[in-house]
Design a binder for this molecule. Sequence first.
Ligand code: MN3
Length: 217
Amino acid sequence: MFKLPDLPYAYDALQPTMSAETLHLHHDKHHAAYVKTTNELLEKEGMKPQTLEEFVLEARRAGSSKLFNNSAQAWNHAFFWNCMTPGGSKPQGDLDQAISDAFGGLDQLKEKFVAEGAAHFGSGWVWLIADGKDLRVISTHDAGNTLDQNGVVPVMVCDLWEHAYYVDYHNDRKGFLETWFDALPDWGFAAHQLAAARGQGQPWRFPIGAEPQRQHA
Ligand code: MN3
């Protein structure tokens, strides 16, 4: 059984970019439902996976969209909460250099990230990924993520589902992405992911059992 991870900050900590109302709905209703349904399906199928990552891959292999959609969404949202920090941050060191090398700078990355997310048709996610030595911006549909892509480590993500922004931005997805990119990304977390992609340390994994959550300063 998987546990809904707590948010790594208070519900009102990301205001005004992301309201407490949005976070309550998004975490306590949407994310909670994905975790609950995943657990119900696990019980029904008599499965006891060690990790959520393993289960997402198994669901993908089995071609079960219900299993995949719920478990991948459980994973994606937990990753997404860790990609944000109150007050935001700036890329430093190796990550800053990698962004310059790949895109020319943070402004150019923002342009690419916002354009990809704004143009994405329907629900999904916009990602900054480390693919081998490359940093790239991609988007995935619905519950899609990069767990089934060998050699790819996700570095940053933003939720493109309407529930992520409709309360605060109505239909202005582009406005949401622009404001979000300037205010909320936790580039310290992204740097940790990039280092893992380069063989230093492990990428973020969905917490198991009572494992303590990573705390933001
Ligand atoms: Mn969502």
